[in-house]
Write a protein that binds this ligand. Structure first.
Ligand SMILES: [Zn+2]
Length: 462
């Protein structure tokens, strides 16, 4: 007798494909996949529906606008309603040791969050670099983030010498540890932003891309690859945004470089001519359509390995779209639209469903050391599952997404084929038909050191 059973659905299993089978789960774990399973206390009929592994969004920011505790609840609620059941959180402490903050961050995820989580502290100081082994040992952290280009008023750039020290400290943790890097060359971005201010005090969203030229991304990826190679670190390029950046990625792969590349659903779903204009102002920018086309190519061909959101929730009052080109602030609430946007635009682009799901589940879970507990549907895996109605079409409305925000960069768009009708987290039905019906049961995931680099397909094909 299972606690819960899903019958008559089509499972999408990364690396395996589509499979008509039932799933039985007990005590939060998948116990069986097959036909004619024994009875269950609760049975969900998923006829005509897709059953996916809960998404793992490896790239989110929590607590940038309201308190960490508050956003740990509201933004993970949006995530869960949207089919995301695990998130990676880029923690921010600009000057202080993370030892002062990690206990509270962790408590928030254990006590308030609807989803499971891993942490990637953002490294800014020599003290933080020196404490990387302590963060790893005491909090099970295996990944760290570095900004090559800061954002005025938000974060500072990290210089190349500190990058190298940091990469070495992370690499010393073991072959599974990851350096996640915001790849833009700070000096080029600062110059471009200042020149844009002089040339165009006002403008459109399309003009914003000039403040973050693609060559700044391409050059920074080149630098990061070189430093990561020197340090022996596994480089993870966050939020690839440009065709030029992708060209560097392709060339490096041809040369045998071993690294991982992410893009985001806003970059895949939106372009800079969008009618929502400064609601989608972001760093790096959502760019012109040819970049957008390149990112889809990179995703389909396997040079872009993972898809996250870069969710940084804001409300209209702090997003300030009316403040225009230079005054509107970056940051997008996009956890709730991650899966609907990925499947809608992926279908439009003709990318196979199995590939889309892999990039948002198994690939990031493998990269960050939580596979196969997360990122697949398998006997023994956590019972985090999303049932999607492939025919359901809905117009995006911020108030239905479940987060704190009063806007969405996708608002007004009609998305089809990716809306969850049920989200199961740890074997319990927590959301149904766009509403929360269960209690938050997320927890923080300690990660343990592994003695080998994960066997990521894209690291071994060179
Ligand atoms: Zn980010």
């Amino acid at each position: 007798m299972y606690d819960l059973k899903i019958v008559n659905g089509t499972l999408v299993i990364p690396g395996t494909g589509l499979l008509r089978a039932d799933v039985g789960m007990t005590a939060g774990i998948v116990r069986a996949i097959g036909e004619d399973l024994p009875g269950a206390h609760e049975t969900i009929d998923a006829a005509g529906k897709l059953v996916l592994p809960g998404l793992f969004d490896p790239h989110t920011h929590i607590g940038n606008e309201r308190s960490y505790d508050e956003e740990a609840e509201t933004e993970t609620r949006a995530a869960l309603l949207g089919g995301v059941t695990t998130i990676g959180i880029f923690l921010r402490s600009l000057d202080e040791s993370y030892m002062l903050h990690l206990p509270a961050f962790r408590r928030a995820m254990d006590e308030r969050s609807y989803v499971d989580s891993v942490f990637h502290p953002q490294i800014f100081t020599a003290e933080q670099i020196s404490e990387i082994p302590i963060y790893a040992k005491e909090f099970g952290i295996r990944s760290f983030k570095f900004y090559m280009s800061g954002m005025p008023g938000i974060v500072r750039s990290v210089s190349d010498d500190m990058l190298l020290d940091g990469f070495r400290a992370v690499a010393a943790l073991g072959p599974d540890a990851v350096v996640a890097v915001h790849c833009e060359t700070g000096a080029l971005v600062d110059q471009a932003r200042n020149r844009l201010k002089e040339r165009k005090p006002e403008g459109t969203l399309a003009d914003w891309a000039e403040a973050h030229p693609p060559e700044a991304e391409a050059l920074a990826i080149t630098t990061a690859l070189y430093l990561a190679k020197m340090a022996g670190a596994h480089l993870y390029v966050v939020h690839l945004s440009s065709a030029e950046g992708l060209e560097v990625v392709r060339a490096a792969r041809r040369d045998g470089a071993r690294f991982t590349v992410e893009t985001t659903t806003p970059y895949l779903g939106l372009n800079s001519h969008d009618e929502n204009q400064f609601l989608i102002k972001m760093v790096p920018p959502v760019r012109a359509p040819h970049h957008h086309d390149a990112l889809w190519e990179g995703l389909a061909e396997g040079n872009i390995n993972t898809v996250g959101t870069d969710n940084t929730s804001r409300c209209l009052a702090t997003k300030m779209p009316d403040a225009g080109l230079h005054g509107a602030r970056p940051g997008l609430p996009v956890l709730g639209t991650h899966l609907p946007a990925l499947l809608h635009y992926g279908r439009v682009r003709g990318v196979p469903l199995e590939v889309l799901i892999d990039r948002a589940t198994r690939a990031p879970a493998m990269t960050y050391g939580i596979y196969p507990q997360k990122g697949t549907i398998a006997v023994g895996s956590d019972a985090d599952l999303v049932i999607v109605d492939p025919n359901l079409e809905k117009v995006v409305r911020a108030e239905e997404l479940g987060g704190m925000s009063d806007f969405s960069p996708f608002q007004g768009k009609s998305l089809r084929g990716g809306w969850p009708v049920v989200t199961i987290k740890a074997g319990q039905v927590i959301a149904r038909d766009g509403r929360i019906v269960g209690k938050a049961n997320g927890r923080y995931l300690m990660r343990t050191a592994k003695d080998a680099m994960p066997s990521l397909p894209w690291l071994h094909t060179a």
